[in-house]
Design a protein around this ligand. Structure first.
Ligand code: SF4
Ligand code: SF4
Length: 420
C-alpha cells in the first residue's frame, strides 16, 4: 500500500500549533514581561531586573537556532511557523470564496461578516501582544472592567495594532511576505549552495504536463520550475504536493519537484560544500553552547534575590558610635509570602542593627530596606584598624536556614579612633 505524506498538511498543522503557542505563551506564563515592575516570567519562573541575563541567554539560543535553521533549511520559518502565513492563508481563502462562490446579492453581507471577524481577531491579537509586556490579568481588568491610568494606553496600543493587522489582512496578506518582510529576507541571507531548496527534476521532459498546478499552488507566487533557489521560496512544499497530486489524479506515477540540499551538480563539488559545512557546524556549536549555558543558569534558580549597597559609608554618632547605612533590595519570585530575617556574618567587629532585622515580603514583589549598622567605641577599647571590613548580609528563613548571602563592606573612619 502506498502512503503519501502531505507536506501541506504538516505545514498547516505546524502553523496552527505555533500560532496557538504564540497566543498562549504570555497567558500560561511561558514567556512574558511586566514592564510595570521590571520583571520577566520565563517558563513559569519569575526573574527580577538584575537577573534578566537569563532572558538574554534564552534569546541568544533562539538567535543561533534561527541562524542554524536558515543555513540548513532556508526560509522554513515562514512556511511552517509564522502566524502571518496562516492568517494570510485564512483570509486569502475567505476572499477567494467570496469572489468565486457567492452570489452578487450575498456578497456585501459576507464581506461585512469577514471584516467584522477580521476586526475582532485583530483586536484580540492587539491585546494578546500587550500581554507580553503587562500581566494578562491587568490587561483584561483595566481594559474592560476597571478603568484607570493604564486604560487609554492599552486601547491606543491595541487599536494601533488592530489597524495594522486589518490593513495587512485586507490588502497585503502574502504580498507582505513576498515584498516587505525583513525577517524573511534576513533568513535568505544565510542561504548557501547546500541549503534546502525545491528542485525541478523531471525524469524526462515529457513527464512534465505543463499544467502549472505547482505554480498555482504557490502562495508566494513562484514557478518552482524556473529556478532552484528563489528568494521568496519558503520551502513549504505545496508545489511538491500539487505535482504529485496531478499525477495521482491521472492514476500515473510521477513527481517532478523534490526537496534537495543543493543542486545535484553542487553535491559532489567539495569546494562548494566546505563553506556550508563550516557555517552550519559553527552555528550548531553556538546553538548547543548557548543552550547549555542557558540551561545551567535556568536550573540554578532561587526564589529569593538580594542586592546590597553601602549608601554613605561611615558616619559618627555621639562620638561613641560609628554607623553605616545600606540599601537592601529583596525580591521574592515565589507565589507565597515570606517571613525572613537579616543575619550578619563578620568575625572582626561586633556590629548591631539600629532597627528591626525582621521583614515580610509578598509574593512576586520586591522590598527596599535601609538597614543601619553600628559599632560602639568603648573606653579603653583598642583602636580599630583602618577599614573597610568585609560583612556578609545573610537572609534566613523561619527555620534559620540561609536563603541568600551577599558580601558588602563596613567602613570605619580614622576620625572615629582619634575622638574616643
Ligand atoms: S515554490 Fe513551492 S516550496 Fe517554494 S514557496 Fe512556492 S509552493 Fe512553497
Ligand atoms: S505540477 Fe508537475 S507536471 Fe504540472 S507543471 Fe508543475 S512540475 Fe509540471
Amino acid at each position: 500500500m502506498k502512503y503519501n505524506i502531505s507536506i501541506k498538511l504538516i505545514s498547516k498543522i505546524l502553523l496552527v500549533f505555533s500560532t496557538i503557542f504564540i497566543i498562549v505563551a504570555p497567558l500560561l506564563n511561558i514567556l512574558r514581561m511586566n514592564v510595570l515592575k521590571g520583571t520577566i516570567v520565563l517558563f513559569g519562573r519569575y526573574y527580577f531586573i538584575n537577573e534578566f541575563y537569563v532572558l538574554w541567554l534564552f534569546l541568544l539560543f533562539i538567535l543561533f537556532a534561527f541562524i542554524f535553521v536558515s543555513i540548513v533549511f532556508g526560509r522554513v520559518y515562514c512556511g511552517f511557523i509564522c502566524p502571518q502565513t496562516i492568517l494570510s492563508q485564512i483570509f486569502e481563502g475567505l476572499f477567494d470564496f467570496i469572489k468565486k462562490r457567492t452570489s452578487a446579492l450575498s456578497k456585501p453581507v459576507i464581506y461585512a461578516a469577514v471584516l467584522i471577524f477580521m476586526a475582532i481577531l485583530s483586536l484580540f491579537i492587539g491585546f494578546n501582544l500587550i500581554a507580553y509586556f503587562i500581566p494578562p490579568s491587568l490587561v483584561i481588568k483595566h481594559a474592560f472592567f476597571e478603568p484607570d491610568y493604564l486604560t487609554p494606553y492599552l486601547w491606543v496600543i491595541a487599536g494601533f495594532v488592530t489597524l495594522l493587522i486589518i490593513f495587512d489582512m485586507a490588502l497585503l496578506r502574502h504580498k507582505y511576505c513576498i515584498y516587505a518582510c525583513p525577517y524573511g529576507f534576513i533568513q535568505f541571507l544565510f542561504n548557501d549552495s547546500r541549503t534546502l531548496r525545491i528542485l525541478y527534476r523531471p525524469a524526462d521532459n515529457n513527464l512534465c504536463k505543463d499544467c502549472t498546478d505547482c505554480a498555482d499552488s504557490c502562495f508566494m507566487k513562484i514557478d518552482p520550475r524556473k529556478k532552484a533557489l528563489q528568494v521568496q521560496c519558503v520551502n513549504c512544499g505545496y508545489c511538491i504536493d500539487a505535482c504529485r497530486e496531478r499525477f495521482d489524479s491521472k492514476r500515473e506515477t510521477g513527481k517532478n519537484l523534490f526537496y534537495s540540499f543543493g543542486l545535484d551538480e553542487d553535491k559532489k563539488n567539495k569546494s562548494k560544500n566546505r563553506p556550508f559545512f563550516y557555517k552550519a557546524s559553527i552555528a550548531l556549536f553556538l546553538l548547543i553552547g548557548s543552550f547549555i549555558i542557558f540551561l545551567a543558569k535556568f536550573s540554578n534558580y532561587h526564589y529569593l534575590n538580594q542586592s546590597i549597597f553601602n549608601m554613605n559609608q561611615a558616619f559618627i554618632v555621639n562620638n561613641k558610635m560609628i554607623a553605616n547605612k545600606y540599601k537592601l533590595i529583596v525580591e521574592n519570585a515565589s507565589d507565597k509570602s515570606k517571613k525572613l530575617k537579616i543575619k550578619l556574618v563578620n568575625s572582626e567587629l561586633n556590629l548591631h542593627f539600629f532597627s528591626s532585622d525582621h521583614f515580610e515580603i509578598k509574593p512576586h514583589n520586591s522590598l527596599t530596606l535601609y538597614p543601619v549598622l553600628y559599632i560602639v567605641n568603648k573606653k579603653n577599647s583598642k583602636n580599630f584598624k583602618k577599614g573597610p571590613y568585609p560583612v556578609v548580609f545573610q537572609i534566613v528563613n523561619s527555620k534559620n536556614a540561609v536563603v541568600s548571602a551577599k558580601n558588602t563592606i563596613f567602613f570605619i573612619t580614622k576620625k572615629f579612633n582619634n575622638k574616643k
